[in-house]
Every structure is written in C-alpha cells, then in structure tokens.
Design a protein around this ligand. Structure first.
Ligand code: N01
Length: 535
C-alpha cells in the first residue's frame, strides 16, 4: 500500500539548510513560531553539503564566514584561514547541535510545488514525496547555486556516466584519480580549485578554458592554536559598513589620485594580503572606470605571467590585451594554480580556438583532436541566483507562476520579495547583494528582516504581506542604476545571467554595496515596512 501523505501545519516552512535556512530556523523558533526546515540534502551545510570535490574550500577568510553569535564563535575554532568543505560541514554539525536544530529539520525532502490561497492566506507546499506543508509563510533559502548547469554537448550520454561528474555531485565515495587521465571543463572558482588538486595526482590533466579567470593568490594559514577573538564583535559589526560585507572596504580615493610609484606600492600591499583585497579593498573607481580597471588588470597580468613559463600559455591564461573588466566576473583565490601549467602532465585547451565539438565514448573531441580521458569533471557552474527559485513550481495570486513572472527578468522588492506572491521571502536571491556579500552576512541581515516583518504582522494580527508594485519597480530601477554605474554589464558573467543559454541578460545582484542595502532594509523597517502592503 502506498504511504499516506503526511500533512504538516506550520507558521513557516523554511527551505534550504545552508546559512540562510539555519539562521531562520533558530531565530523564528526562538521567537515562538512553529517552523520546519527542509532540504533535499541529507544534512546541513547548503552548498557545502554538495560541494565536496577535491580542493573545495571557502575563499572568505576567517572569521567572517560564520555566524556572528558569540555562543558559537567563542567555542568553535577553525583550523585554517580559508577552511575546507569538510570543516564547513563539521561547523554546521556543531551549529545544529548548539542550536538544537535537528528536531525541526527534515532532510531528503525536495519541494516541488507551492500554491498560495488568498482566502486562507496560506501556502500549500508539496514535496516530491507527496507530503504537504500548510504554512502562512514560505521562506526560500535555496542559495545561489541550487541548479547545476551542464552544456548540452552532442554525445554527452556516450561517455561512461560513472566517470562524468558535475563537481557539486562529487561522489561521497572518493574516486581514486591517481595515475588517471583527467579533464576539468571550466575555469570558475570550482575549476581552479579542482585543477590545483587533480593536476597533482593525474597522469595526464587537461583543463578546458573558455574565459581566463583573473584569480588572486590565496594566502592560506594553518591555525595551530585558537585565535584571539576580542575583535570579533567589531569585525562582525563592520560587515555592514563594507561594500562587500567584509572586514575591509575600498580605499577612499581613485586610482589616479596616486602617482604610478604610489599605486605600485598600494597594489603590492593589497596583493600580499592573499585574499580579496586586490578586488574589494582597492581604489574606489576600479569597478567603475575603465582606465582604473585597466591599471589593476595590467598589474595582475604582470604578476601572473611571471609564474607561467610557456609564452603561449601566458597569452591564454593572462592575455596581453585585457579580455574583460577586472573583477566583473567572480574573482577566485588560487593556491599554485598558475604553476600547474609548468608541469609536463598538464595541458590547457582554449575552447575559443579549438571548440568542443562533441563528447565521445572515450573523451572529448575538439576541432583539433579527440582527447581521451578516464574521468571528466564538468565544472560548468550553475543557473545562478534565480535557477533554484524558478525550479520550484511556485504559484502566487491568481495562479501566477514565479517562473512566468520572471521570464524576461527578475523583479523584486529589496531582493527578498516579489509582488503577487504574498508571505513569501527569499534570501541570497536576485537584486540583493548576494554573490558580492558572503553567505552568513546576507543570511543574518535578510533573516532578521524577515523575522521583524513577521513580528510586525503578529503584533497587529495581519494575515498578508506583499511587495507593492511601485516599490518593486523603484527597487528594480535602483538595481539597474547601480549596475550601469559599474563595469559589470560590459562583461559576460553569471552575475549578468550570461552563462545560461536563453537566460535574460540583467544584473542579478544589487551593486549599491552592503551598507546601502543594509540601510534600505533599515529604512523599510523603521518606516513600518514602507513599500509592502498588509492585509
Ligand atoms: O561556476 P562558474 P563555478 N564550454 O559559472 C565554463 C562560488 N564558488 O562552479 O567563464 C566551455 O563560475 C565557464 O566559462 P565562461 C563562486 O561564487 C565559490 O566555478 O562562462 N566552458 C566557466 O569557466 C563561483 O563564482 C567557491 O566563459 C564552459 C565555468 O565553466 C560560483 O560558486 C568555490 C561552458 C563555470 O564557472 C560558481 O563557480 C566554488 C561551455 N559550454 C564555487 N559553459 C569558494 O568559495 C560554461 N563554461 C572558493
């Protein structure tokens, strides 16, 4: 007999057990709401549950990539400045225990559909397994990388499926690639991290590159004893004063306010930090002025080319002519990435000059030759930011679907709600700082905003909250205004939706910076949630 579907009645269903969902479960429950957290994964950690490929590690330095709750950080000690994916999963296990989350979490639950009923002001949410959740609030914390992307190459099903992997589905049982012929396709953060690791064990390692990654050096540090933590509260508070939500900000001057000699010194200083400072703590015009941007690129190019022996590879990895605006595709941090190209077992294929024609039983055929492999890692990224939300069949008022509403581009108020979909909030989504601001920072700022809206409604016995159309249009204008002030639209990237064929081209992130975003949230809540309508 088929199992009887379970029906659960809640104040809020939270989807996604990464930073956003975990924060909301803890804080909504503490505030007295009946909530449940669900995730398709078997445990906490969000992207870090899935991304367990060799070399996977976060590139936001300790202490920022964690919750700001002293009850956690006073006890938890990281072993490295840039912790690996396993340590991040361990951190989530620690948080789940400290915050007693498991009793209100259901794993292996895929949310496939959600339907709003205006009459009862309730979401009916269905899991792939047939269970039903009825909740006043539907809170999506699906993250920016919930929908994988693999190009539709001819013959892709011919290569043995067990040896063709998207890195966010890395097998739990680690494949032994020692002495094997291995390919990685893609040079985003994932491809760079994989290349560094797999090139050290493979007998033959081939990286397929479409666009060079302007990666910066990662200065890893092993912590042999617990760090001193007196400054942590200040560091956490400072996130909301930094453009990228970090413990550093742009310099208060432009590139050409310094002489060339001064600039060289500034660049060297930022470079030596071994984190994102050459990107997000540099001259304040770098992301906004082409000539300033070119200065940064030229410095980067000089540093990188010096590490690569073969002039042909120098030109593919760090071209003489700047290929796109520096920092307008996601910068990665690398650890020896450029040196791997000096190894005899490593090849680089530029798919612009020799495109991939098809996948065969043996490997990958380009216009030049057929490469044979034992294992292929397809690090081709994600339908980023909107993919995870639009994947769920969400029907709002009058049956309107979110995927339909956003067909020609995302439209939100404060990057957290969208008109026609009452009592629905999302974090780390479109038109918010998202990918420019790390996960925990957004999770806390946006999660506490959601909680405040819910409390506001509870106090006034309100049933519905909805983004107003005028406020939404104005927010969209703001997002576009900031994007157009920057160089981001000049560059093809997943920030702009360019990586997915057919996806509308638009700036998916709010580029006003974390301080402006935080201020917008504050003004909205201080003004009794201006821009939202309540019933
Ligand atoms: O994905 P990506 P990712 N033929 O989209 C290439 C975060 N992250 O998984 O640049 C050939 O960046 C594509 O080429 P192009 C981080 O925010 C963080 O690496 O589009 N190549 C690109 O090189 C990151 O940005 C961490 O021209 C094709 C690559 O595939 C985000 O996740 C670690 C192709 C995809 O790169 C996503 O990173 C890992 C085709 N048809 C990830 N299609 C850390 O915290 C695509 N590509 C360290």
């Amino acid at each position: 007999m088929a199992p009887i579907p379970k029906e659960t009645v809640l104040d809020a269903l939270i989807v996604g057990a990464g930073f956003g969902g975990v924060y909301q479960l803890k804080h909504l429950r503490d505030a007295g709401y009946k909530v449940k957290l669900v995730d398709i994964a078997s445990d906490y950690a969000g992207v870090w549950y899935w991304n367990r490929y060799p070399g996977a590690r976060v590139d936001s330095a300790v202490p920022l990539y964690q919750f700001s709750d002293p009850g956690l950080w006073e006890e938890w000690n990281w072993s490295q400045r840039f912790p690996g994916s396993k340590e991040l999963r361990d951190y989530f296990t620690f948080v789940a225990d400290k915050w007693d989350l498991r009793k209100d979490t259901e794993f292996k639950v895929y949310i496939s559909k959600a339907t709003w009923d205006d009459e009862t002001a309730t979401w009916t949410i269905e899991s792939g397994g047939g269970n039903i959740y009825r909740a006043k609030y539907f809170l999506l914390n699906t993250g920016f990388a919930a929908k994988r992307y693999t190009p539709d190459w001819k013959g892709i099903d011919k290569f043995p499926a067990s040896a063709w992997v998207h890195p966010s589905y890395w097998p739990k049982e680690e494949p032994d690639l020692t002495g094997k012929r291995v390919a990685v396709i893609g040079t985003g953060s994932t491809g760079v991290q994989l290349a560094q690791e797999l090139s050290q064990v493979a007998s033959q390692f081939v990286l397929f590159q479409r666009t060079p990654n302007m990666a910066l050096p990662m200065k890893q540090v092993d912590y042999t004893k617990p760090l001193t933590k007196e400054k942590y509260p200040k560091v956490f508070d400072g996130r909301y004063e930094s453009f990228g939500g970090f413990d550093f900000s742009f310099l208060p001057r432009g590139t050409f306010d310094d002489t060339p000699a001064e600039r060289e010194m500034v660049y060297e200083g930022l470079w030596s930090q071994g984190d994102f400072q050459f990107w997000l703590a540099t001259y304040n015009d770098m992301l906004f002025q082409e000539d300033a941007n070119k200065e940064a690129y030229d410095f980067w190019k000089k540093k990188v080319r010096a590490r690569i022996q073969d002039p042909r590879l120098q030109e593919i990895l760090a071209p003489e002519t700047q290929p796109y605006s520096f920092g307008c595709k996601r910068i990665s941090l690398e650890n020896g990435f450029y040196e791997i190209f000096n190894q005899p077992n490593v090849s680089l294929v530029d798919v612009n000059s020799t495109p991939i024609v098809e996948v065969t039983e043996r490997g990958i055929k380009t216009t030049e030759k057929e490469w044979e492999f034992d294992y292929v890692v397809c690090a081709t990224g994600f339908d980023a930011i909107t993919g995870g939300l639009m994947n769920i069949d969400i029907q709002g008022q009058r049956g309107q679907k979110i995927a339909e509403k956003w067909k020609s581009g995302a439209s939100t108020y404060l990057g957290m709600a969208t008109a026609g979909f009452p009592n629905l909030f999302f974090t780390y989504g479109p038109q918010a700082p998202t990918a420019l601001c790390n996960g925990p920072t957004c999770a806390e700022a946006q999660g506490s905003f959601v909680l405040k809206v819910m409390d506001h409604m509870k106090e006034r016995k309100l049933q519905k909250v909805e983004a107003g159309k005028t406020a939404e249009a104005a927010w969209g204008d703001d997002v576009r205004k900031f994007a157009n002030m920057s160089l981001l639209p000049s560059t093809k990237s997943w920030y702009m939706g360019d990586n997915i064929p057919g996806k509308p081209r638009e700036c998916l992130i709010y580029l006003g910076g974390v301080p402006n975003y935080y201020q917008s949230l504050k003004e909205c809540s201080d003004g009794q949630y201006t821009g939202f309508t309540f019933t």
